[in-house]
Each structure stands twice: as structure tokens, then as C-alpha cells.
Design a protein around this ligand. Structure first.
Ligand code: AGP
Length: 603
């Protein structure tokens, strides 16, 4: 997902735009650029690489402009170059884009045949050229935007500024977009995420698909108009006050946002439990009491998919309900069997992941009710689902998801307990409190994990293994390590290693073996198989076991006592710390790992 910010007002647009882009850089950061309206000309400054490269150029030039748009890019079409960076502009317009224009190739050929020249390899530039072509025919910006938008296909959000005025224009289709204003300061804002507008725009609006937003700042006020594509006034937008706070944009005493977010988990776990068991969330959970759909279809991507695998276990073991868990990019094309009375449960931190959104639409088309477990209120998934279960993780800036995973799983667990009508069972809050305490203890005593990291960080490969409810945690632990340390790691069911992957084992391969109290002996025998082939053994298991001590090269002992349902979350935090410290030793960019984006809003 790319970061988009636009500003128009009496102040210098550079400040709010760069501040907004800085907050969104975690979402995509191959290149960055800004376009400013200066002396009635559109001036573009852009550079490949991190946002700091653009900031350096801006500090040199110190531009002043009342109107501007900015963009941080996560490349989809066209390499990481300055020419391919956004904004894309000409003498009439400048455009920033988030998403994919699926028919860009065909359109580009047609436009080139008509004599239009392109400066980049991007699909985004096609929108600029279409807009310019139509404007030269009708001399009307709104009409030209509508016509260009009707011509392209795919999920996209566009923000446009023009030579002819200081207006901001924007519109979208299945991509995040928010418009804001500040009546006090007569300023207008646009962004791909309300997070960028915190502290700037106290009022924010979420336009629906194909609604053109036009922001007009005058000497006396700021106004935002909403139009349908036929330019009739539109009511298809949602207003809300921008109540988010600023503290989430600072790392505090932590070296990385990821480390901060790992440490936030104990308190967030307790707060979420209190929200759903004792406070305003209780009502929504009670609506699930004795809820008996005929089945569940969980779909998600990446870490959220792993959370779905853990939640499936609760639905099957606690509620004895059948639940499928699919990777969203697979589910949407497999012509799934969907029956009336089933529920689609969509899990997503951002609520903007294109593949997950497409699955929700597919279920809706088939008359399947859709629930979400989501972090961002007002996100596309949030607005499209019939019922939402917010995880209240706060803004998660680290690209590698940590606290969101824990709170997604916890939310799923509470939903499962709500269906059984056992939310008031004293053992429930007791287990959650214990989980919070155990993770808190881990956060305060991470030296032993750091020590293990220092022993294994240079190994060639890592195989995470686990059985039953720990298998998803093996998958998640492997993903975390891949994402931030750039090393080969995979997660496997412990019993599956002998069916092939064991061929990989040698002294350069580390087996991170999760050993739970359940299936203890069987898991031990899997580890023996690895040890016999000189693999390096790291055991994450019940503490104080001489057998595990003897069997392992390195032993991370945890206290599983009293956590019959939530121990996977406890183990997972140990693996979060292990991945973090291995990555730290390797010197990678932990908060903004290479090639990644926080939310993938394209297929
Ligand atoms: C998690 O560490 C990854 N950054 C990624 O797998 C992520 O979980 C996935 O892209 C889904 O994102 P979502 O939860 O916002 O839908």
C-alpha cells in the first residue's frame, strides 16, 4: 500500500504533507515525492529510496506552497526509480495513486498511438494522461476526472491537484481514502489513512467508491463537496471526528516501533478483555450467544491467516463448529462451496488488504453474512462487513505484525466463549490476566532469548515446528523471522518433518521446536529425529524439564501452567522477541523491512 497525503490551506503545505508521509512511510517506502503549486505552476520533487531522500531535497530547496500532494510508493508496476515515483504530473495536473490500474497496458498503447508521451513505466501515469486528454476536450476538471475514472479498471485511489486552482480532488474504488478539514484553520486534507491526519483534521470523511471529493479553501472558509460520477451531489460518505491520539506515532524509549508494540501486548490484552467482557464491547459479544451458523469460512493473509488457524481451533474444540481457514488470494479464485447459514469471518489488521476484501465481496455476493476481526475502524473491510469485532490494538506501525496477531486471536477466543455463554466464567478473565502477566514477565526477562539469538543468528536456515495449536505459531514465528531478518525460515507441523523437510537438516539448520504440555512425548521424538542429524535444537517449551534441557542445544523455558487455551499467544511472544533480536544482530531495517508494505492493497 502506498502513502498519500494532500493539503490545501493558508499555511505551507510542505509541513503537513511531509509529516503525514512520515507517519505512513511504514506502509510502503520504495520512493517518495511531492508536488507543490508554486506561482501557478505545478512543481514536482521526487526521489527513489526512503522518505529521508526526499526530505533532504526539500530541506535544500525550502519550498513554500499553499497546495500540494505527496506520496510514498510501494512499487507494483515499474521499477524503483525517480521517474516511476509519484506524483506524476504535467503542465495541467499532478496525480498520486494507490492501487493498480488493471487495464493500464491497453490504455497506454491506445494513448501512445494518439501521440501521448509517457515519462514512466507506471500504470498510475495512464490516469494522468487520460485526465489531461479529456480536459483538453471539455475544459472541465470534474468531468475529466469522472471520465478518466470510468475508463480505468482495478482497485485505486487517486488524489489530483491542478494548475487552474488550489482545489484538492480525490476519489477511489476499493482502496482507502479519507478527506479531512479544519474549520478553525481553514485547511483541507486528503490521505490514504486517517492516521496521517491526526492533529491536523478534527473532522474526517470516508467517501464511498466512485465519489469525487472536491476540497475548496477560500479566504473565509473551507468546504468539501462530494459528487457522483455524473456530477450530481453525493451523500455517499461517512463523517466522523478524528479522535485518534498522537502518542502512537512515537517510539518512546524503544529502539523500534516493533519492540514497542511487542511490549504493549500485556496491557492491550487486559484492556481488550475488559472491553469485551465488562464494558461497551460486551453487548456485541452477547449477540453471539448460542449463535450456531452452519459453518465458518475464515479468510485472511499472512499473520492474520495464522491468527485464523488458531481461531479455527477454538471454533472446533470449544464450539464444535466446522471452520475452514483459507489464504484469501487462494479462496477468492477457488470457486468455494458457500452455503446459506454459513459465516464469512475476515481477519485483517488494516482492513484494506485487497485479497481479503475481495473474499468478503465474494461471500456477500453469495448471501453469506460477513464478520470481521479488524483493527482499523472505518477501514474498507469494517465498512463492508455486517458485523465487526474491533481488536483495539491502536496504530500498528511495525510492518511485521505483533500486537495485532495477539489481539486478533484473543478476539476470536472471546467470540468462541461468547457463543458458549461463558464470558462470565471466572476462569476466563483469570486465564487472560495470567497470560498478560506471563507476557509481561517475558518482556522484562528477555536476556535468555537474546543470548539464544546471538548463538544462532548466523545459521543458514530455520525450521519452526509445533503440533496442534502450536503449529500456527510455528508458521507465525517463521514469518516474523523471514520478514525482519531476511533469512530462510519455514514453519512445519512437527510430525511432518520426516516426510521430506528432514532432508534439509544439518549443523547449519536450526530447529526452533515448540513443545507444549500436550503431545509432549510425540513432539520429543520429532526433535530426536532432528538431533540425530546434527540439527541445532532450540526448544521453546515448559520450563524446568531436565529432558528438554538435555535434548536441546538452547532451551527457552516458559510457564504454561494455567493457560489451557491461550498458551499459543505466550509462546508466540517469545518467538517475536527471538526474531527481533536475530534481526537486530543482522542489522536489518526492523520497522520497515525491504520489499514489504504494511498493508497490501493490491492483488
Ligand atoms: C505480517 O507481519 C505481515 N506484514 C503481513 O503478512 C500481514 O499480516 C498481511 O499482509 C495481512 O495484513 P492485514 O492484517 O492488514 O490484512
Amino acid at each position: 500500500m502506498c502513502g498519500i497525503v494532500g493539503y490545501s490551506g493558508p499555511g505551507n503545505s510542505v509541513g503537513p504533507i511531509i509529516e503525514g508521509l512520515s507517519r505512513l512511510e511504514y506502509r510502503g517506502y520504495d520512493s517518495a515525492g511531492i508536488c507543490l503549486k508554486i506561482n501557478d505552476e505545478l512543481q514536482i520533487i521526487k526521489k527513489e529510496g526512503k522518505l529521508d531522500n526526499l526530505k533532504a531535497l526539500i530541506n535544500e530547496q525550502k519550498p513554500f506552497s499553499h497546495t500540494g500532494i505527496g506520496h510514498t510508493r510501494w512499487a507494483t508496476h515499474g521499477g524503483v526509480t525517480t521517474d516511476n515515483a509519484h506524483p506524476h504530473g504535467n503542465e495541467l495536473f499532478a496525480v498520486v495513486h494507490n492501487g493498480i490500474i488493471e487495464n493500464a497496458g491497453t490504455l497506454k498503447k491506445e494513448l501512445q498511438a494518439e501521440g501521448f508521451v509517457f515519462k514512466s513505466q507506471t500504470d498510475s501515469e495512464v490516469f494522468l494522461v487520460l485526465l489531461t486528454k479529456f480536459y483538453k476536450q471539455n475544459n472541465n476538471t470534474l468531468q475529466s476526472i469522472a471520465k478518466a475514472f470510468n475508463t480505468i479498471t482495478g482497485n485505486s485511489a487517486f488524489v489530483i491537484i491542478e494548475k487552474a486552482s488550489d482545489k484538492l480532488y480525490c476519489l477511489k474504488r476499493s482502496a482507502p481514502l479519507v478527506v479531512g478539514d479544519n474549520k478553525e484553520t481553514r485547511e483541507a486534507f486528503v490521505s490514504s489513512d486517517p492516521f496521517a491526519l491526526i492533529g491536523f483534521a478534527p473532522r474526517i470523511y470516508f467517501p464511498q467508491d466512485a465519489v469525487i471529493c472536491e476540497s475548496i479553501v477560500t479566504d473565509i472558509d473551507v468546504k468539501i463537496n462530494f459528487y457522483e460520477l455524473d456530477l450530481s451531489p453525493s451523500e455517499r460518505y461517512k463523517f466522523q471526528s478524528n479522535a485518534m491520539t498522537m502518542d502512537s506515532t512515537t517510539k518512546g524509549p524503544y529502539e523500534h516501533f516493533m519492540l514497542k508494540e511487542i511490549h504493549e501486548q500485556p496491557s492491550l490484552i487486559e484492556k481488550l478483555a475488559a472491553y469485551y467482557i465488562k464494558n461497551q464491547g460486551r453487548q456485541i459479544l452477547d449477540s453471539l450467544k448460542s449463535y450456531r451458523p452452519t459453518g465458518w469460512h475464515l479468510t485472511a493473509c499472512g499473520t492474520a491467516w495464522h491468527a485464523g488457524l488458531v481461531i479455527k481451533n477454538y471454533l472446533e474444540q470449544i464450539n464444535r463448529q466446522s471452520a475452514s481457514v483459507d489464504i484469501a488470494s487462494e479462496f477468492r479464485y477457488k470457486n468455494p462451496i458457500l452455503n446459506k447459514g454459513e459465516i464469512g469471518l475476515f481477519i485483517s489488521q488494516s482492513g484494506e488488504t485487497a485479497d481479503t476484501l475481495a473474499c468478503q465481496e465474494l461471500c456477500k455476493e453469495n448471501g453469506i453474512q460477513s464478520f470481521s476481526i479488524v483493527n482499523v475502524e472505518g477501514s474498507t473491510l469494517f465498512r463492508n462487513c455486517d458485523q465487526n469485532f474491533l481488536i483495539h490494538a491502536g496504530v500498528e506501525i511495525g510492518v511485521a505484525s505483533t500486537k495485532a496477531f495477539s489481539l486478533q486471536v484473543l478476539t476470536g477466543y472471546l467470540m468462541s466463549r461468547a457463543m458458549e455463554g461463558t464470558l462470565d466464567d471466572p476462569s476466563l478473565f483469570k486465564e487472560i490476566k495470567l497470560l498478560s502477566n506471563r507476557i509481561g514477565e517475558l518482556c522484562s526477562n528477555v536476556e535468555s532469548i537474546k543470548e539464544v539469538a546471538s548463538e544462532i543468528y548466523n545459521k543458514k536456515g530455520f525450521i519452526f515446528t509445533g503440533r496442534g495449536k502450536y503449529f500456527p505459531i510455528a508458521l507465525e514465528g517463521a514469518l516474523k523471522l523471514k520478514e525482519i531478518a531476511y533469512v530462510h525460515a519455514e514453519g512445519y507441523a512437527a510430525g511432518e518433518l520426516k516426510h521430506g523437510p528432514i532432508a534439509l537438516i544439518d549443523e547449519q539448520i536450526v530447529n526452533i521446536a515448540i513443545v507444549g504440555p500436550e503431545l509432549f512425548e510425540k513432539t520429543i521424538s520429532n526433535i530426536e529425529e532432528v538431533k540425530a542429524r546434527k540439527g541445532v535444537i532450540v526448544i521453546v517449551g515448559p520450563k524446568g524439564s531436565s529432558e528438554l534441557e538435555h535434548l536441546s542445544d538452547y532451551y527457552i523455558g516458559l510457564d504454561f501452567e494455567g493457560l489451557p487455551n491461550l498458551s499459543p499467544l505466550y509462546v508466540n511472544v517469545a518467538l517475536q522477541f527471538l526474531a527481533y533480536h536475530i534481526a537486530s544482530l543482522k542489522g536489518t531495517d526492523i520497522d520497515k523491512p525491504r520489499n514489504l508494505a504494511k498493508s497490501v492493497t493490491v492483488e
